[in-house]
Design a protein around this ligand. Structure first.
Ligand code: FMN
Length: 173
């Protein structure tokens, strides 16, 4: 079992205004039921919090418990899910069911990224997430990352890049 304490709030902040100026907030919402998904999560968190990106606070929440206020207060999103029966996980669907209307309008045009892990076909899961994010008006900051089976070194590097790209997109707003 890999350590699970690598995720949470990756950078302390005094709130939205840091000492050096405004701090953008990236909210990572994930469902992580297996070691493969844990490895991908840790890689995106590492990429999002890398030292080259200044003034971005990274907040990580499980999809089953991520509250609406975290969605409203974030400037962008990174979503992670397994493919389950040709769709996103029930956990991520539950997240969207809870936050969709409370966050509609207020979060439109914010950037987001997505990673999906599966064992044979992630197409339906990607399409399902993209349908909901299109409804919310979120804008893709990167192509969705899809990984089949045990993540390779290249997969983990791609996950790191995804985290870095979405976090960096917040500083370009
Ligand atoms: C009920 C169920 C449905 C699944 N459906 C899909 C699917 O439609 N496409 C796919 O690629 N993988 C599918 N999987 C595999 C999961 O995505 C995979 O188990 C998950 O990402 C965790 O990875 P792991 O099996 O390597 O631990 C399914 C798994 C379960 C338990």
């Amino acid at each position: 079992m890999r350590k699970r304490d690598a995720v949470g709030t990756s950078r302390p902040s005094d709130g939205v205004e840091g000492k050096r100026g405004p701090v953008a907030r990236l909210l990572i919402v994930h469902h992580t039921p297996s070691p493969s998904l844990q490895a991908l999560l840790e890689a995106v968190v590492d990429g999002a919090g890398n030292d080259a990106i200044e003034d971005v606070e990274v907040v990580t929440r499980p999809a089953l418990t991520a509250p609406e206020i975290d969605v409203l207060e974030a400037d962008g999103y990174l979503l992670g899910t397994p493919a389950n029966i040709g769709y996103m996980s029930g956990a991520l669907k539950h997240f969207f069911d809870r936050v969709y209307y409370p966050c509609l309008d207020a979060t439109a045009r914010r950037p987001y990224g997505l990673y999906v892990h599966g064992n044979d076909d992630t197409t339906g899961a990607v399409r399902a997430v993209e349908t909901v994010t299109a409804g919310l008006g979120w804008k893709a900051a990167a192509h969705p990352l899809t990984v089949l089976g045990e993540p390779s070194k290249d997969d983990l590097e791609a996950a790191w890049e995804l985290g870095a790209t979405v976090a960096a997109s917040l500083t370009l707003e």
